[in-house]
Design a protein around this ligand. Structure first.
Ligand code: PAZ
Length: 328
C-alpha cells in the first residue's frame, strides 16, 4: 500500500517535470509538416494492412542531442554519437521489410552512405572533359549503390527521414512519432540508439544572449532531463515493442546499469555497449536472458546479427500480443 502511494507520487512528480519541460521548450518549427509526413507514412502502413501484408514500423533514433547554453545559441554541450549505429541498423531493418522512421541528428551518418568518404562531393566527383561532372572510378560502385538504395527506399514509401539538433527538438519530435506509432499497436517498434543528454538548461532559465567571459570561471546549474522513456512506455505507446540503449565506458557497471534500466523503464530489451568495443560486440538484455552479439567477421557489421536478433524478439512479441493478450 505504502509502495503504491510512493509510485503514485513519483509518477506525479515525473508528469509535472515532463509537463514543465514541454511547456517551456521553444516551439518546434515545422511541427505541421512533420505531423503531415508522419500521417502519410502511417497511412501507407494501413494500405499494407488491408492487403493482408501488415508491415512492421520501427522508429530508429540516431546521433547525439545538443544542449544549448544560450537562447541565441553560440555554445552548447554535445553528446557523443557518430550516428553509425542508427544508419547501419536502418539499412538492416529496411532489408528485413520494416518501414523505418529515421530520426537522426543533422549531419551524422546516413543510411546507404557509410562506404562513401567523409566529403563525398569533393572526393567522389571530378569535372569531365565535356565540362560536366563524372564520378571518380574508385567510388563509382559505392556512389551508384548509395543513390539507388536511397531512392528505392524513399520511393517505396518505407523510409521517412526526420532530423533534430537540440534536445528540445529531439524530445518533441519523438513525442509526435510515438503518438503515430501507437496506432499500430504491437507492429510498432522503437530502437532508441540516439545518445540523449541527461542534463540540460531549462529554456526559461536560459540567458538570451551569448554568455560573456569574465575574470572568474563559469558555474552553471544543469537540470536533470525528465525520463521520457517512462512516459513513452506507459502512456505514449504502451503496446509498441521498445528497445533502448545503454552506453558506458566502465565495463564493470555496464550490465548492472542495463538491467536496472530494463526494469525501471519496462522496455522489452536494452542493448548494452561499451564505448571502445561497441562496433564489435553488444549485449542484449531482456527479461529472459543476456545475449552477447558479435560481428561475424572483418568488414561485417555487428548491427546485422543485432537486428536479426531483435526482429525475432519482436516477432515473438507480436505473436504473443495477437494470440494471447488481444483475446483476454
Ligand atoms: O552512433 P555511434 O555508432 O557512434 O554509437 C552508437 C551509440 C554508442 C551512441 C549507441 O549504441 C548507444 O549506446 N546509444 C545510447 C547512449 C546512451 O547511453 O545515452
Amino acid at each position: 500500500m505504502a509502495e503504491d502511494k510512493h509510485i503514485e507520487i513519483t509518477e506525479k512528480c515525473l508528469d509535472e517535470s515532463i509537463d514543465a519541460f514541454f511547456k517551456s521548450a521553444p516551439p518546434l518549427q515545422d511541427l505541421d509538416n512533420i505531423t503531415k509526413k508522419l500521417e502519410n507514412f502511417v497511412a501507407q502502413h494501413s494500405v499494407h494492412s488491408e492487403s493482408q501484408n501488415t508491415k512492421k514500423v520501427v522508429c530508429v533514433t540516431s546521433g547525439g542531442t545538443t544542449v544549448p547554453l544560450e537562447r541565441r545559441c553560440v555554445r552548447y554541450i554535445d553528446n557523443f554519437s557518430s550516428g553509425h549505429r542508427g544508419a547501419s541498423s536502418t539499412e538492416y531493418f529496411l532489408k528485413a521489410g520494416y518501414m523505418v522512421i529515421f530520426l537522426h541528428r543533422r549531419g551524422t551518418a546516413q543510411p546507404f552512405c557509410r562506404f562513401l568518404p567523409e566529403n563525398p562531393i569533393l572526393e567522389c566527383f571530378e569535372p569531365s572533359d565535356d565540362s560536366g561532372i563524372q564520378v571518380c572510378s574508385p567510388y563509382a560502385e559505392a556512389v551508384k549503390s548509395a543513390i539507388q538504395e536511397h531512392k528505392s527506399a524513399v520511393n517505396s514509401g518505407y523510409f521517412l527521414q526526420l532530423d533534430f539538433t537540440t534536445l528540445f527538438e529531439y524530445l518533441q519530435i519523438l513525442q509526435v512519432i510515438t503518438l503515430a506509432i501507437n496506432r499500430l499497436g504491437a507492429y510498432g517498434m522503437f530502437y532508441l540508439a540516439a545518445a540523449v543528454s541527461d542534463f540540460y538548461v531549462p529554456w526559461d532559465s536560459m540567458t538570451e544572449h551569448k554568455i560573456q567571459s569574465g575574470p572568474g570561471g563559469l558555474a552553471m546549474q544543469l537540470a536533470p532531463v525528465p525520463k521520457m522513456l517512462t512516459l513513452l512506455r506507459k502512456r505514449w505507446a504502451p503496446v509498441a515493442f521498445c528497445v533502448s540503449f545503454k552506453l558506458e565506458t566502465d565495463i564493470d557497471i555496464l550490465l548492472k546499469k542495463a538491467e536496472s534500466a530494463r526494469r525501471k523503464y519496462g522496455v522489452h530489451a536494452v542493448v548494452a555497449n561499451e564505448l571502445s568495443t561497441r562496433k564489435e560486440k553488444v549485449i542484449v538484455v531482456t527479461d529472459q536472458s543476456q545475449t552477447v552479439i558479435e560481428k561475424k567477421g572483418v568488414g561485417m557489421d555487428v548491427e546485422e546479427p543485432l537486428i536479426d536478433f531483435l526482429i525475432k524478439e519482436h516477432a515473438a512479441y507480436t505473436f504473443h500480443q495477437s494470440h494471447f493478450v488481444a483475446k483476454t
